[in-house]
Design a protein around this ligand. Structure first.
Ligand SMILES: Cc1cc2nc3c(=O)[nH]c(=O)nc-3n(C[C@H](O)[C@H](O)[C@H](O)COP(=O)(O)OP(=O)(O)OC[C@H]3O[C@@H](n4cnc5c(N)ncnc54)[C@H](O)[C@@H]3O)c2cc1C
Ligand SMILES: *[C@@H]1O[C@H](CO)[C@@H](O)[C@H](O)[C@H]1NC(C)=O
Ligand SMILES: *[C@@H]1O[C@H](CO)[C@@H](O)[C@H](O)[C@H]1NC(C)=O
Length: 453
């Protein structure tokens, strides 16, 4: 079937924006990404690419191991850190409790599809595919040092210098502080801080191994996702591998003393040291080796009923900011982009765009709303930890109610089924199926005369 070519404006060159840009380019649309920074570069630490969002990237021509240097998940460990004087034995016979993630993945046939990537590597891979001369479609045009200040769902955005850019489709991918949702809702509903922040940093695996104080940490082996939990002080450290297991990503969570905004910033070694001060001394030694240190503010917004209006669509954190508890921020952003690519195929006219975006709402709002609520720790934290421990336990009411309110199919019976729903989802297939059924419906509704026109 032919596809009418659209002029697409993507606002924001983060993971969500670049995934959408790549998916749309591959459908032969002309795509422009507008980004305020002066060079398109990601910062920060790593992200988890849960199954099946890894599959979307594969479909977009990205090889997770080769292009993103992603580490493959192999084991999950939890250590309880209750005292500063504690010492740990790591490794298979150590003090860590193995969390049954491997079993959960095996049960849905997805072991080996769960990746952990440096944000910079993922972003680079997406950017390179976007601007490459090869591959389906025209290279994406990237306009830097340009900030969007107003949104017009009839098909344009205005930049801070007054320039207006027009598009047949406007994709808002400008992150958690985006104001594009206000156009859809009719009022502003900014993401609000959670009261927690996350000090994130990277340490080279060889630097850990070369120091006898810290080397035992690596006894847990490659591809490890480890939690060092301090339940009393609510300070948790997590670690997982990235960049071919050559780097370890750390995230140290703590209640924030500055909860009135969501503006992150670069942070110092002294702040890392302070953040790790309640943990056993080995972790202090790890902290001295930190680089790419960044303080993330954690926030979210209650689910909103729609992500689209006319020619405007929200993707990523602009649509569904969420707490990182389920490691789904990037995964859902990637699913958004993959879905949008499918929905913008086989267009017979530009006038079809708003109707196609209605399908986007149908596919994305219920799913991402559930993920947003599952990620809210204060309400369901203890229950969600059980997901990782007791896959067969029946779902408590708190979680069942989320699925009942926002879900489309049956409510999962137990945690294993939540895992299947979260990780086993094939957003591309679902979008193709919805396209096919709505196309059939449209044909049935046409009179024989219309069909001949
Ligand atoms: C502490 C923390 C840990 C996380 N850990 C994980 C994890 O383990 N796994 C996971 O999947 N996700 C994780 N996430 C979430 C994940 O990083 C994001 O959800 C994901 O990167 C999607 O981001 P985005 O592209 O929508 O927004 P961003 O990455 O914020 O990108 C937005 C882009 O828009 C640009 N922009 C902003 N304003 C404008 C404007 N006015 N005009 C034009 N452009 C603009 C910005 O410069 C930026 O490039 C985590 C998030 C936090 C806070
Ligand atoms: C996505 O997950 C499901 C398991 O629930 C699996 O059947 C399907 O093949 C996966 N998609 C791919 C191709 O990775
Ligand atoms: C687009 O049209 C082609 C040819 O009719 C068809 O094979 C394909 O499934 C369609 N794509 C979608 C997403 O509906």
């Amino acid at each position: 079937m032919p596809n009418v070519q659209l002029n697409v404006v993507v606002v924001g060159g983060g993971i969500a924006g670049l995934t959408a840009a790549l998916a749309l380019r591959r459908q032969r649309h002309i795509v422009t990404v507008v980004e305020p920074s002066s060079w398109l570069r990601e910062f920060g630490a790593a992200v988890t690419i849960t199954p099946n969002s890894s599959r979307v990237l594969t479909e977009l021509g990205i090889d997770l191991k080769r292009d993103v240097k992603a580490a493959v998940f192999r084991s999950a460990k939890e250590y309880r850190c209750t005292s500063k004087d504690q010492s740990f034995r790591f490794g298979s016979n150590g003090d860590g409790r193995e969390l049954p993630w491997v079993d959960r993945l095996k049960a849905i046939n997805l072991l080996g599809k769960f990746y952990m990537a440096h944000r910079v590597d993922l972003h680079e891979a997406l950017k390179n595919k976007c601007i490459s001369q090869d591959g389906p479609g025209e290279p994406v045009r990237i306009v830097l040092s340009s900030k969007v200040v107003s949104w017009h769902p009839e098909g344009s955005v205005k930049l801070s210098d007054g320039t207006e850019i027009f598009g047949d489709l406007i994709v808002a991918a400008d992150g958690i502080r985006s104001e594009a949702h206000a156009i859809i809702l009719g009022h502003k509903s900014p993401a609000t801080p959670s009261g927690l922040d996350n000090l994130r940093f990277i340490v080279k695996t060889e630097d850990i191994l070369n120091d006898p104080t810290t080397a035992p940490l690596m006894d847990d082996g490659p591809g490890c996702f480890a939690f060092y939990v301090d339940p009393v002080r609510k300070r948790n450290l997590l670690r997982y591998a990235c960049r071919n297991d050559g780097m370890q990503n750390f995230g140290a969570y703590a209640p924030t003393d500055n909860a009135d905004n969501l503006i992150g910033r670069q942070a110092s070694l002294a702040e890392v040291s302070e953040r790790l001060s309640t943990l056993p001394p080995m972790f202090q030694a790890i902290g001295t080796k930190a680089s790419s240190i960044y303080l993330w503010k954690i926030g979210d917004r209650k689910p909103i009923p729609s992500y689209t209006k006319d020619k405007l669509v929200l993707v990523g954190d602009a649509a569904h900011p969420m707490w990182p508890r389920q490691g789904q921020g990037a995964a859902q952003s990637i699913e958004d982009g993959g879905t949008l690519g499918v929905l913008m195929s086989n267009l017979t006219s530009k006038a079809e765009v708003p109707a196609r975006l209605k399908l986007y709402d149908e596919l994305r709002v219920h799913r991402t709303s559930i993920v947003q609520l599952l990620s809210r720790t204060s309400e369901v934290q203890d229950e969600m930890m059980k997901i990782t421990r007791f896959p067969d336990a029946p779902l408590p009411e708190e979680i069942a109610v989320i699925f009942r309110r926002f879900g489309k199919g049956s409510v999962p019976a137990n945690y294993q089924e939540v895992t299947g729903w979260l990780w086993g989802h094939d957003c591309i297939k679902e979008a193709q199926a919805l396209m096919a059924s709505s196309f059939l419906k449209a044909q049935e509704e046409m009179t024989p005369l219309q069909m001949h026109l």
